[in-house]
Design a protein around this ligand. Structure first.
Ligand SMILES: [Zn+2]
Ligand SMILES: [Zn+2]
Length: 135
């Protein structure tokens, strides 16, 4: 299997991915807007088995005011948000901007959470969209 690598802005926190992502998604939810710069959060879904931290230990954060908060993981040194983990731990969403070669992401296969989209957001043509999560 092909290994793809990435990490944070400062290089202290690094990871490796095995194979192709299960899905390439662009998420427009309000929570992601805080972490993306205001635009979509471009993420790739990997199972925990195919995601490995190879350098450093990320800082975990989950909001206490949400019913089923995602765990978001950051470089403790430079603060780069790298992954979002499902509440049950079954899936790791990896941010495309943290790849050593972000072009590996290609294009989103679906876009989600458009109910939270802002007037300045543009949606790619021909990509299936969901107001929240797909059915
Ligand atoms: Zn860093
Ligand atoms: Zn989101």
């Amino acid at each position: 299997m092909t290994t793809t690598t990435g990490g944070c802005y400062c290089g202290a926190t690094r990871y490796a991915l095995e194979g192709e992502p299960l899905r390439r998604t662009a998420c427009y939810c309000r929570e992601c807007q805080y972490l993306s710069g205001g635009g979509a959060n471009y993420v790739m879904a990997y199972t925990p088995e195919n995601f490995t931290w190879t350098k450093g230990t990320p800082t975990d954060f989950a909001r206490s005011d949400l019913d089923a908060p995602r765990k978001r993981q950051f470089c403790p040194t430079c603060g780069t948000h790298i992954t979002t983990v499902r509440p049950d731990g079954s899936m790791v969403m990896v941010k495309a901007g943290t790849l050593d070669d972000p072009a590996f992401y290609g294009q989103p296969e679906n876009i989600i959470q458009t109910a939270d989209a802002q007037p300045f957001h543009l949606f790619p043509e021909g990509v299936p969209a969901s107001e929240r999560f797909p059915g």
